[in-house]
Design a protein around this ligand. Sequence first.
Ligand code: NAD
Length: 504
Amino acid sequence: MPATAERSQCLIGGKWVDVDAARYADVWNPSTGETISQTPMCSAADVDRAVQSALRVFPAWRETPIVDRARIMFKFHSLLLAHSDEIARIVSLEHGKTFSESKASVTRGIEMVEYACSLPALIYGDVMHNIASGVDSETIRYPLGVVAGITPFNFPAMVPLWMYPMAITCGNCFILKPSPRVPLSSIRIAELLVEAGLPEGVFSVVHGDKECVDAILTHPDIRAVSFVGSTQVAKYIYQTGTANGKRVQAAGGAKNHIIVMPDAEMSPAVTGLLHSAFGCSGERCMAGSLAVAVGDRGDEVVDRLCDAANKIVVGRTDTRDDVTMGPVISKQHADNIQKHIDTAEKEGARIAVDGRGVAPSDAPGGFFVGPTVVDQVTPKMRISRDEVFGPVLSVARAKTLEDAIELGNQCPYGNGAVIFTQSGRAAREFKHRFNAGMIGINVGVPAPMAWFPFTGWNQSFFGDLHIQGKEGMQFYTQQRMIMTRWFEPEHVDRHDPVWRPGHK
Ligand code: NAD
């Protein structure tokens, strides 16, 4: 087992190795606050070792037929399915999601592997006959070389799987740097990928923080970087990576609006809002964190939300499967979330359901914040703009759909947005004009499936080609256009019927 209760190892050159790190970060069980592992902070030298092992194997991996690369993914897929409960338990242990949330996130990751298995049907190029007289043209996609992925804490299994199955099947070598707060899921999944038969060096795992990330961003032999995390870091990754000549896709934070029109079917709207805001303790980039009630049904929306929020059972997820909401990632994060609620209250919002100070009796050391509903939020309040990334649902009111769309246009992010309505006209207006890249119509969390791109806009995404879908494949490949003309041979007898086109 590479991941011990002590210190996580790195996967470099196909071997699990201890690195001699100068610094280590604690990994906690957020349900109890106990330290369960330590993550080494890798240096530039560690990153370089991973790059060198990748460079050694890349020529052979690039030339491996794509069906053989995909077959390793099929094997990986079987192993993931067989171990999905075990992986979900690790996700719950190190992250704090409930088991069913963890299992669902592992399933979404497995779908990315399924998509990667279909790559032979996606990656082929185009051919055109006779673009000029006797000239044909074609495009072929090639892998880039060594590429890297830097991932956040909130989906320890799923987000890394958004990246490397596709990158590797395209013929690249991949270096993963998971969040130091949740390394154990990545390590267990990497063990399965090794077991699936991946050649040594094609996939590496290094750990660390800014020092390790900077080594990736400035390494001359890393061709592309995929990033998912907060907006501030995403912007830094994009600027530094592109300044160093790399292709970069960097997904950032979000503030997702959910509009409830007066004609909405209220039960599914409230259920959608509830799952969107409080699922995974609100630690989702697609969490609906600002509900905008249009017209005169705002009080009804809030009352029904409060009833439902009060029924959520908050508790430890490491040993219990009967809770409906787990802890947040760290004590510091729990404190930050509570500060957001304090500020909203000071600015005049009404705390309709208060999750501050929630402490389940069987998990006194855990990092808990209960579901919170903040009502009467206005555009001037910080909570209407800031990404809280916790189980806090703000509710604002708008007189008209136009006002609600205008509120969205003031939002600097642009990940997801949802409308609940029975009006096709309102839905159409919303979907074409709202300032976000992923739209839900009567769907609480419009997170795309593997074969659609994760199309964040504005401060929620930096780059051109998004993660997932065909754009994912395009990001990890470069195209070559080839134009061909064949001359009639001069050294042969042109009257010889063997060489004469169209002879009978
Ligand atoms: P984060 O930005 O703190 O960390 C993400 C990664 O960057 C980690 O691997 C971390 O080690 C590294 N990192 C952190 N600070 C760095 C720095 N100064 N320089 C270089 N690297 C650094 O994000 P997080 O707290 O782990 O995750 C939560 C954030 O991720 C939220 O903002 C959430 O919205 C966002 N997120 C976005 C998406 C999306 O698809 N848009 C998906 C999931 C999460």
